[in-house]
Design a protein around this ligand. Structure first.
Ligand code: ADP
Length: 552
């Protein structure tokens, strides 16, 4: 076969995803919808996938052997903020270092049994000062999720536990809609911990309890917990609930419209939530440097009746089950936008350079050879760009020679090694479209994509929510056409990809402070400036409206 025929056949090779058992079904569905194919262990080489998705952490060897064209859906040690006790410890440390004014967004917490004495002292102090109207507490096992093993109590004699738990101040004055408690599931994607690059997702889920809030029945989980995994078993779940509807979920869009009807300043609320996200992630930096991974976190935010947002916990592997049509709408689009955010165009750039290099040498360099040298030379998501440079037409020849020296023979294209070298002009988006089965909705999406491509890479030109950005000015100047590349000092991350909005870095100073190792102190200084600009008159404005909403 002529080499060019081979290239032509390879041009349309779709991107490849690899799923570990238990990975959510919707991840497979979305990637297939986008024209990707699933990795076949029997047929393909270990290096032949582009995205590996699993629900548990990767082994360090997976991180070390990552290739420039690959992405993993977890960072090493992301669990530092997703376990309730670790999170509580990190936030306490930050409170000690940077002041409780900034870090008072998470309810006071004690890790039991270690903090038992401290808890007793706090509990007694509260009892004395508040008399009979003592505080409410919530006890949560650190190793469980989905509302399992949770206990709410007022009197210490009701506190029982047989494993490590956190006992947290219970927010007893939550924002209620028609008497129902709610919390927000906010999706946050960190595309790099070094430099720190954080996107929050504008769409998300509002999760309701399915029975009316009542402090007189602390053991009624359907009134006090908002987990869908619990409420879907409640008697009222399917029923129509006045003011809420059936089921237990709204989208953020619906919630925002609702707030606006009552004149609530939703913009200020979201700014505060974004600050919480940044301050929480700063608490766990630095994480070990790892290339080509990203992390999708689920932040659980409770809003109280004064519109103060509280961080309840951060979830690793936020649920991607589709329990209802609201889930379907939000989570499918979320996954599409994650793929956009991962920017497989960079991978194409890398591959294009490989093709150029390969043609110059008239031989293919095995992926393992090119990738191996590449991975050693680069770090972070910028790996591809560095590699693209070092494996360009002029530099591929030494790599080829190295392959000859190490193996004693010339590298020839084998079925397993010579895959996925697209033609120069090809982008991953184009290839995804070519491989997508045509449906009316995909045709509509295609038209939309064309429109977006005409306007430059991906940023979706919704003007409606640009105010969610902490500092819009920062995003106006000198944008990159793709998300972060560590190696390019002048670049900054793109401000919006689909419904993902960049919230960190939010200005020049924050960008500088996050470049060569995270300078947390300088970043906190910038956040303090930001917060002082955000708060005044607007807060009073919000307070005025509270009465209207809670009385609904
Ligand atoms: P899990 O990991 O088991 O879901 P969470 O911390 O998310 O644990 O708590 C489950 C639910 O309990 C939350 O969605 C919220 O409705 C409620 N909850 C948790 N902590 C508090 C708190 N401090 N104050 C009020 N409600 C809380």
């Amino acid at each position: 076969m002529m080499a060019d025929d081979y290239d032509t056949r390879e041009i349309w090779r779709p991107l490849v995803f690899r799923l570990h058992e238990n990975a959510p079904a919707v991840v497979r569905e979305v990637l297939l919808e986008r024209g990707w194919t699933e990795f076949d262990k029997e047929e393909q080489d270990d290096a032949d996938w582009n995205l590996y998705w699993r629900n548990s952490p990767f082994r360090m060897t997976d991180h070390h052997s990552i290739k420039p064209w690959q992405r993993l859906n977890h960072y090493p040690e992301a669990v530092r903020i997703t376990r309730k006790d670790y999170l509580a410890r990190h936030l306490k440390r930050m409170r000690g270092s940077y002041g409780s004014a900034l870090y008072e967004f998470s309810p006071v917490a004690f890790i039991m049994p270690n903090d038992y004495i401290k808890f007793i002292s706090e509990y007694s102090k509260e009892r004395q000062s508040r008399g009979r109207r003592s505080s409410y507490w919530i006890c949560k096992p650190v190793g469980l999720s989905r509302g399992r093993g949770i206990l709410i109590f007022q009197d210490i004699k009701d506190l029982v536990y047989d494993c490590t738990v956190i006992v947290q101040k219970y927010i007893s004055n939550p924002l209620l809609i028609s008497g129902y408690k709610l919390d927000l599931r906010l999706y946050v994607c960190v595309t790099s911990f070094c430099p720190l690059t954080i996107y929050t997702y504008e769409e998300g889920l509002v999760r309701f309890a399915t029975e009316k809030f009542d402090l007189g029945s602390l053991d009624n989980v359907y009134a006090h917990l908002t987990n869908t995994s619990i409420n879907k078993y409640g008697a009222s779940y399917e029923k129509y609930k006045e003011g809420i509807g059936c089921g237990s979920k709204w989208t953020f869009s619906k919630f925002r419209s609702y707030l606006r009807i009552f004149g609530v300043d939703d913009m200020l609320l979201w700014q505060k939530i974004n600050n919480i996200v940044i301050l929480t992630l700063l608490a766990v930096t630095p994480l070990p440097v790892a290339s080509n991974c990203f992390e999708l976190f689920g932040f659980d935010i409770l809003i109280d009746e004064k519109f103060k947002p509280w961080l309840l916990e951060v979830n690793y592997n936020p649920a991607l089950r589709l329990d209802c049509s609201t889930d379907d709408t939000v989570k499918r689009k979320l996954l599409h936008d994650i793929v956009e955010l991962l920017n497989y165009r960079q991978i194409d750039a890398f591959r294009q350079n490989q093709v150029a290099g390969t043609k110059a040498g008239r031989r293919r360099v095995p992926w393992s050879t090119a990738g191996g040298s590449a991975t050693r030379e680069a770090s972070g998501l910028l790996t591809c760009q560095k590699v693209a440079k070092c494996t360009s037409a002029s530099s591929v020849q030494p790599a080829l020679q190295a392959a000859r020296v190490s193996t004693g023979k010339v590298a020839t294209p084998s079925k397993k090694t010579a895959k996925a070298y697209p033609r120069k002009t090809l982008t991953s988006q184009m290839r995804e479209r070519m491989n997508m089965p045509k449906t009316p909705s995909s045709e509509k999406a295609e038209a939309k994509n064309k429109q977006l491509q005409g306007a430059g890479y991906s940023p979706h030109k919704s003007d409606q929510l640009s105010h969610w950005l902490p500092t819009p000015d920062f995003c106006k100047c000198k944008l990159t056409t793709r998300p972060y590349f560590l190696s390019d000092k002048d670049q900054r991350p793109i401000p919006r990809v689909g419904d993902f909005v960049l919230i960190f870095p939010f200005n020049e100073a924050a960008l500088r402070a996050s470049k060569d190792g995270t300078d947390v102190k300088s970043i906190i200084k910038e956040i303090n400036k930001l917060v002082s600009k955000q708060l005044p008159s607007k807060e009073q404005n919000t307070k005025k409206k509270v009465g209207c909403l809670t009385s609904v």
